[in-house]
Design a protein around this ligand. Structure first.
Ligand code: NAD
Length: 352
C-alpha cells in the first residue's frame, strides 16, 4: 500500500484519523500541518518509519509538490483548515486563504503529480476532501440534506469550505482528478480545541466558569463521534467511487442547551466533590451568533448503501466518555489557554 499525505493531521479530526490509520500495520503516512493554535503535536505519535511529520503550509506549492514526489504519494486526505465559525466572523480573509486558496494549491499540485503517473497509479490515486454540512446552509425543523443539495453557506467559514468543495468538484470535472468529498456533521471526541461547544462547556464546567449558550440554545446539531467519521473516510477512499460525495451524519440530533445539560450532568457524576455543583447552574444564555444556523441534518443513506458505513447510536455514552477524557487531560486543557482564554469571539462591532 502506498503512502498517504494527511494535511491538518495534528488537528482534532486529522489527529484521530492518523491514530486510527496507524492501527493498521501497513499504513504509511506523511502529515503536513502548519501547527496553528488548534493543533496538538502530542496527539499523534512520534515520527517513525510509518509516520513522517512536516510542519508547513498547504498554500506553499513547492513544499506540497516536493512532498508528493519525495514520498511517492498515492492518496491525499485533506483536513487542514481554519475551522471555527466565530473566528471566521472576526477574520474571514484568513479562512479564504487557507480553506479556498490552500485547497486550490493542493489540488493543483495533486493533478500535476497524478497526471505524470502510469495508468494503474492514476486509477488508484484519491484526493479526499473533508467537508462540513454547513456548506448547505440551515434547515427548518424538518428534513435532511441529501447528496446534490444546493450549496447555500451562511458563515464565512461555511463559504470558505463551500469554495474549497467547488474547486474539488471542478478538478474532477476538468482534469479527471479522482476526488472524493466526505461531508460530515458536528464531531466530538478527544483533543478538540476548547473553542468548540463540547470541550468549551466541559472545561468551563470543571473550573466553575459560566457556560455560554448562544441565543436560546434551541439550535440543533447532529453529533457524530470522531472515530466513526475516521472509519467512514477510510471506507470512502477504499470503496467509494471517484467524483462522488458521501454525507456522514451522526443521526443523533440534539439542541445545544440539551448538550450543555448532558455535559453538566456528566461532570457532576464524574467529579462529585466539585464545590460548584450542580454545573447546570453555570449555564448562561448570551447574545446569539450573527447568522447562527438553526439546524443541520444529513441523510447518510448513500454512504450506508455504497460504503457500508453507519454511525454508532450511543451518543450519551460516548459524550460521557469524552467528558471523562477532558477531565483526565486537565494538563492538555490548561495548555490550550496559552492560545485562547475562552473569551467570546465573533461578535462584529458595527463601525461608524
Ligand atoms: N470538527 C468538526 O465538527 C468538523 C465537522 C465537519 C467537517 N470538519 C472538517 O474537518 C477538517 C478538520 O477539522 P478539525 O475540527 O480537526 O479542525 P482543527 O481546527 O482542530 O484542526 C485543523 C488543523 O489544520 C491545521 N492547519 C490550519 N491551517 C493550515 C495550513 N494553512 N496548512 C497546513 N495545516 C493547517 C492546523 O494546524 C490544525 O492542526 C476541516 O477541514 C473541517 O472543515 C470538521
Amino acid at each position: 500500500m502506498g503512502t498517504e499525505l494527511v494535511t491538518g493531521g495534528a488537528g482534532f479530526l486529522g489527529g484521530a484519523y492518523v491514530r486510527n490509520r496507524l492501527g493498521e500495520p501497513d499504513a504509511k503516512l506523511v502529515v503536513l500541518d502548519k501547527l496553528t493554535y488548534a493543533a496538538s503535536r502530542d496527539a499523534i505519535p512520534a515520527e517513525s518509519d510509518r509516520l513522517a511529520f512536516v510542519q508547513g503550509d498547504i498554500v506553499d506549492a513547492s513544499l506540497v509538490g516536493d512532498l508528493l514526489s519525495r514520498f511517492d504519494i498515492e492518496r491525499i486526505v485533506h483536513f487542514a483548515a481554519e475551522t471555527h465559525v466565530d473566528r471566521s466572523i472576526d477574520d474571514p480573509v484568513a479562512f479564504a486563504a487557507t480553506n479556498v486558496l490552500g485547497t486550490a494549491v493542493l489540488l493543483d499540485q495533486a493533478r500535476r503529480w497524478w497526471s505524470g503517473r502510469d495508468r494503474t497509479r492514476r486509477d488508484r490515486f484519491r484526493f479526499v476532501q473533508v467537508s462540513t454540512d454547513e456548506v448547505f446552509g440551515q434547515l427548518g425543523s424538518e428534513g435532511r440534506f441529501r447528496v446534490g443539495a444546493p450549496y447555500a453557506p451562511r458563515s464565512p467559514y461555511a463559504a470558505s469550505k463551500a469554495g474549497a468543495d467547488h474547486f474539488v468538484r471542478a478538478f474532477h470535472a476538468t482534469y479527471g482528478l479522482p476526488t472524493i468529498v466526505v461531508t460530515a456533521s458536528n464531531l466530538f471526541g478527544p483533543y478538540q480545541f476548547p473553542e468548540k461547544l463540547i470541550p468549551l462547556l466541559t472545561a468551563n464546567a470543571i473550573e466553575g466558569r459560566p457556560l455560554p449558550i448562544y441565543g436560546d440554545g434551541s439550535h440543533v446539531r447532529e453529533w457524530l463521534h470522531v472515530d466513526d467519521l475516521c472509519r467512514g473516510i477510510t471506507l470512502a477512499w477504499r470503496r467509494g467511487e471517484a467524483g462522488r460525495t458521501y454525507l456522514m451524519g451522526g443521526g443523533q440530533e440534539c439542541a445545544n442547551r440539551r448538550v450543555a445539560e448532558a455535559v453538566c450532568d456528566a461532570v457532576d457524576r464524574l467529579l462529585p466533590s466539585l464545590p460548584h455543583r450542580p454545573c447546570r447552574s453555570l449555564i448562561t444564555y448570551v447574545p446569539d451568533r450573527p447568522g447562527h444556523d438553526a439546524r443541520y441534518a444529513l441523510d447518510h443513506e448513500s454512504a450506508r448503501r455504497e460504503l457500508g458505513w453507519c454511525p454508532s447510536d450511543d451518543f450519551a455514552e460516548r459524550l460521557e466518555a469524552t467528558v471523562r477524557w477532558y477531565i483526565d487531560h486537565a494538563e492538555w486543557l490548561r495548555g490550550t489557554t496559552r492560545h485562547y482564554d475562552r473569551r467570546r469571539l465573533g461578535q462584529p462591532r458595527h463601525e461608524g
